[in-house]
Design a protein. Structure first.
Length: 347
């Protein structure tokens, strides 16, 4: 490794301007030399005469084509590689590194700076994620203590006003507990620290379990449920996938109006397991659809008290780990549809 770095330091580096100036100069010399040589041979041997400047033009065209290929290989191809790498960084992959054998100083310096940038971004993300994870873990103990004491107060027959305060304390401690739990789970998924305890189970039964878990919420809003689930087997992390269905259905319930319709479908299409959840809410603005899977993003600020913007981010990361995909679209009349696709090799 050290030997390779020493060789890189000893390798001559040229700037873009002197590099292409030398190429142009070499082209002129070669074109002129070949033109004079060929003109002399044709005149003496074949007695064929052609103006020297025309030979220079012909060889210049040929050499320009060759030089164009060299420029593409030496300069524009590294730029294309850099562009592809930057797209990966834009998607959150900070492990990208670039190597080059180019002798152009600007190309080598750009690659070195790019690698330095990705290393720093990766280190910053690790520190940030570890900090959030550690702080969230430390929050759980005092939150649980507050919830426990509030529960004791609730059982001590408080006055009506006190009971209202205790109820608000319990509501907010449960929201904090849910938030901390989602942050910790998201951190584990991001770091691939999830136990790969894969087993084969009924995917349709798991979705029914998620519907039952959320019964108090959809029953309170008097929603009409339209559920059609094909019998499908799936091999994967059962506890992890349950978070996907619970978060998606819970999100649909949150945005469905009182007495609205919630439609759930599970089908096998082209070998894939495809799950869709439709609500009859207001839909999602197009500019917000590209950000709804970002951490802490909430498209509807009026509903911030009903969530914390981590549910869909968790869904996306879990599906990435499982090799699945998720798409969102607004329905023609009203409402929104989320579509989850699990590949056949996972089933």
């Amino acid at each position: 490794m050290k030997k390779t770095e020493k060789l890189k330091k000893l390798r001559p580096k040229l700037g873009v301007q002197p590099y292409y100036f030398l190429l142009a100069l070499i082209e002129i010399v070669i074109a002129a030399g070949l033109a004079l040589l060929l003109n002399w041979l044709l005149e003496d041997v074949l007695e064929f005469r052609l103006a020297p400047w025309l030979w220079v033009l012909i060889f210049s065209v040929i050499l320009c084509s060759v030089l164009g290929w060299l420029i593409s290989a030496q300069f524009f191809e590294p730029i294309s590689r850099l562009s592809r790498a930057m797209r990966k960084v834009g998607k959150g992959d900070f492990s990208v590194r670039l190597e080059t054998s180019s002798r152009i100083r600007e190309v080598r310096d750009t690659y070195d700076n790019f690698n330095l940038m990705t290393r720093e971004l990766g280190a910053t993300e690790t520190v940030q994620t570890d900090f959030v994870s550690n702080v969230s873990h430390e929050f759980k103990t005092p939150i649980n203590a507050i919830e426990g004491y509030a529960t004791l107060l609730q059982s001590a027959q408080p006055t009506e006003e006190q009971a209202l305060y205790v109820e608000k304390i319990l509501l907010n401690t449960r929201r904090l507990n849910e938030l901390v739990g989602n942050i910790l789970l998201l951190s584990r998924v991001d770091h691939q620290a999830i136990n790969s305890n894969h087993k084969r189970y009924r995917l349709d039964e798991q979705i029914r379990q998620a519907i039952v878990l959320l019964e108090p919420k959809w029953d309170k809003k008097e929603l009409e449920l339209d559920v059609e689930l094909d019998t499908l087997d799936y091999t994967g992390n059962e506890s992890l996938l349950l978070h996907v269905w619970v978060n998606l259905i819970d999100n649909a319930i949150k945005f469905d109006p009182h007495g609205g319709l919630l439609r759930l479908r599970l089908r096998r299409q082209d070998g894939n397991a495809v799950f869709t959840v439709d609500d009859s809410g207001p839909g999602i603005a197009e500019e917000a659809q590209t950000h709804i899977f970002d951490k802490f993003f909430q498209a509807d600020s009026s509903r911030m008290m009903e969530g914390h913007g981590l549910g869909l981010a968790l869904v996306k990361r879990v599906l990435d780990v499982c090799g699945g995909t998720i798409q969102v679209e607004n329905l023609p009349e009203t409402g929104c549809r989320f579509t989850v696709t699990l590949p056949p090799e996972q089933q």
